[in-house]
Design a protein around this ligand. Structure first.
Ligand code: X5A
Ligand code: ZN
Length: 654
């Protein structure tokens, strides 16, 4: 086996980079300052150069797009306009024509720049689709996502991303059937949305400031109820912010609870990112606070899909430093040879959770994974409302509120507080799951005994929650825990607690009661429990599968703080379990210094059994025989003894 540095280079990801100075020749004709100016891509290119990035990438030279590709999304009129607008014969009319459009300027360099921008995105997209490149970043301007079929707007001339998307759809030999467009520019991608409105092959996702239709481009098109039409229904997803100041926590919450679950289901063949960086902290137009670290994480989470085939096309982004730093962070993620470092310990806004819930609701009939309700423990993690004050030195925040400059800085810091989901400093080799849910690594270092007295006494049944699978008496297959290593030890132990059977019926077992353990001990009682030594991380995955039926593992159900208070107070009832019967996690002491935990009903439920409000109820035959199998199999009891044990638990009053 040979292994030298040459073969290493071969293994590296091939990341395409495209930049062309000719795209700097598009600027305002009157010399007016404009946020969308040549310095944007210059700043990016300079930043990448000083970080030594181009040497590590495949640098391509830009070519103008051919009209046939542009014609797939733009009208003949539009093509003629953009093609000719920079020519001499328009010199006298150019500015008057631009004035007819919304937020558009033209000069002598506009036409060429627009053709190069579209051509650049086209070129890298085709190369990524073919696998010649793993991924690519097109540093282009003018941007594209506001440009509609027959109308330039919002600094956009050609809709670069839409042109490239159409190429993929039309060149069938590329084998691309499903395309995910992620538009994270702070503005709604109205142009792109319209172009694939009825097309189920293109899943268009846009997260943007909307403010109920008042933020640019100020229309209802960016509303979350705009989900596409006909065969494309469900394939257009808008996440409309209700306010500015959204940051990493807000964006990552949308990733974890909207975009990523849908992407898992959609399974794109390629992802194109309409990569505007005007939601970046310090952007003069966006008023949001995404950090380079936030952008890296958003990108990293997407790289798990489509074998990492990702094309990034620059859209907005008007703070030169934030812009350049954010692009650099993204290219480093594409190159995958440097750990993502940084933290962003903030909570999402209350409005963010509301928007996420509304979007999930709107789309849940198309993407069943969204039907699960978000755990209340999760959405209770919220940023404190921002302090707003009025004084002479106020600066106008662009959402109309007045915030003192120093308050603004303080507000940024105020929302920075411990947030376990976002406490990240992992290296890029780690599984994205670990990155998405940093609680896992923390809880994987603590062992607990999961004490069972019901059907989980059958090892094969319990193992389904760890290893995945389905045994008799399970309604559906289990996914298993993320960490599938088997219990480190299994042991049986008797406890002076009362076993009893209650409830008339359950979904799993049909008519008949299920086992509960009295949370308090009593020296006259004796119950047989099977203890599995697993990690606290696995314990959470078991709870999620067994009692919550949720796949949402972005936050733990039962963390170290919960363990601590269970050990102090004997039992605790985690919020997310509140609706179920088994909502009481009981600390049963320890075995070799490792805490023993079991799940049962609460003391007040026991009171209801005592008062006669709830009735004891013998288990169904199938369920009883599962319990007998467990007890006899462990050689604890004979079959008769096991049956007598169950009979007493079913009939003897509490
Ligand atoms: C691409 C982009 C913003 C247009 C704002 C017009 N356009 N006020 O970010
Ligand atoms: Zn924008």
């Amino acid at each position: 086996m040979e292994s030298n540095s040459d073969t290493k280079t071969e293994d590296r990801r091939r990341v395409g980079l495209i930049y062309d100075e000719r795209m700097c020749r598009h600027f305002t004709p009157d010399g007016e300052d404009h946020p969308e100016n040549p310095n944007r891509i210059l700043a990016i290119w300079n930043k990448l150069q000083s970080a030594g990035i181009p040497q590590r990438c495949v640098v391509l030279s830009a070519k103008e797009a051919e009209d046939e590709y542009i014609a797939a999304v733009h009208t003949k009129n539009h093509i003629d306009l953009i093609k000719n607008i920079s020519s001499k014969k328009f010199d006298s009319r150019r500015e008057r024509i631009a004035a007819k459009y919304n937020s558009i300027y033209f000069n002598e360099g506009s036409s060429e720049a627009a053709y190069l921008a579209a051509g650049s995105v086209l070129q890298v997209t085709e190369k990524v689709a073919k696998g010649v490149l793993d991924s690519a970043f097109a540093i282009v301007r003018p941007p594209g996502h506001h440009a509609e079929e027959n109308e330039p707007m919002g600094f956009c001339l050609h809709n670069n991303v839409a042109v490239a998307t159409s190429l993929l759809l039309n060149k069938r030999e590329l084998g691309i059937n499903k395309i995910l467009i992620v538009d994270w520019d702070v503005h709604h991608g109205n142009g792109t949305q319209k172009m694939f409105w009825k097309d189920p092959r293109v899943l268009f996702f846009s997260v943007h400031r909307h403010e109920f239709g008042s933020f640019y481009p100020a229309s209802d098109d960016g509303s979350h109820i705009m989900i596409g039409e006909g065969p494309g229904a469900g394939f257009n997803i808008n996440v409309p912010w209700e306010n500015g100041r959204c940051g990493d926590a807000d964006y990552l919450a949308v990733w974890d609870h909207v975009l990523i679950p849908i992407a898992k289901d959609f399974r794109p063949d390629i992802i194109i990112i309409s990569a505007g960086f005007d939601a970046a902290v310090g952007d003069p137009l966006g008023g949001c606070r995404v950090t380079p670290y936030g952008y890296s994480m958003m990108l990293k989470k997407l790289m798990k899909f489509a074998q990492g085939k990702i094309v990034m096309a620059l859209e907005g982004g008007y703070n030169l430093d934030s812009l350049a730093n954010s692009v650099l962070a993204c290219v480093e993620v594409l190159l995958e040879d440097k750990p993502i470092v940084g933290t962003s310990e903030a909570y999402p806004f209350e409005s963010t959770w509301r928007v996420i819930e509304a979007v999930r609701e709107e789309l849940s009939s198309f993407w069943p994974i969204l039907k699960d309700e978000l755990p209340s423990k999760l959405i209770s993690k919220q940023a404190p409302p921002i302090q707003i004050s009025t004084s002479d030195s106020d600066v106008e925040d662009d959402d109309g509120t007045h915030i003192v400059s120093s308050d603004l800085e303080k507000a940024v810091q105020d929302v920075v507080q411990p947030f376990s989901e976002l406490r990240i400093g992992v290296d890029s080799n780690d599984d994205v799951n670990a990155i998405c849910a940093p609680w896992r690594s923390e809880l994987s270092n603590t062992d607990v005994w999961y004490a069972t007295y019901g059907s989980n006494m059958c090892k094969s049944r319990f193992l389904c929650y760890i290893e995945g699978g389905q045994v008799e008496g399970m309604r559906k297959p289990c996914t298993g825990s993320l960490d599938k290593s088997p219990p480190k030890e299994i042991l049986w132990k008797t406890f002076s607690h009362r076993l009893f059977f209650g409830r008339d019926q359950t979904k799993t077992w049909g008519h008949g009661g299920v086992a509960f353990l009295h949370p308090e001990s009593n020296s006259q009682d004796k119950a047989y429990l099977c203890l599995y030594r697993i990690t606290l991380e696995q314990f959470n995955d078991v709870l999620l599968q067994e009692y919550i039926s949720s796949l949402d593992t972005s936050s733990p159900v039962f963390d170290l703080t919960d363990l601590d208070s269970a050990m102090k107070k004997r039992y605790i009832s985690p919020d997310v379990l509140k609706r179920g019967w088994y909502h009481n996690v009981v600390y049963m002491g320890n075995e070799n210094g490792i805490p023993i935990l079991t799940m049962t009903c609460t003391l007040s439920d026991v009171e209801s059994f005592k008062s006669g409000k709830f009735q004891l109820c013998a288990p169904a035959k199938e369920y009883a025989s599962a319990l007998v199998r467990g007890l006899v199999g462990a050689k604890l009891l004979s079959e008769e003894e096991a049956l007598a044990y169950i009979l007493e638990a079913s009939t003897k009053p509490l």
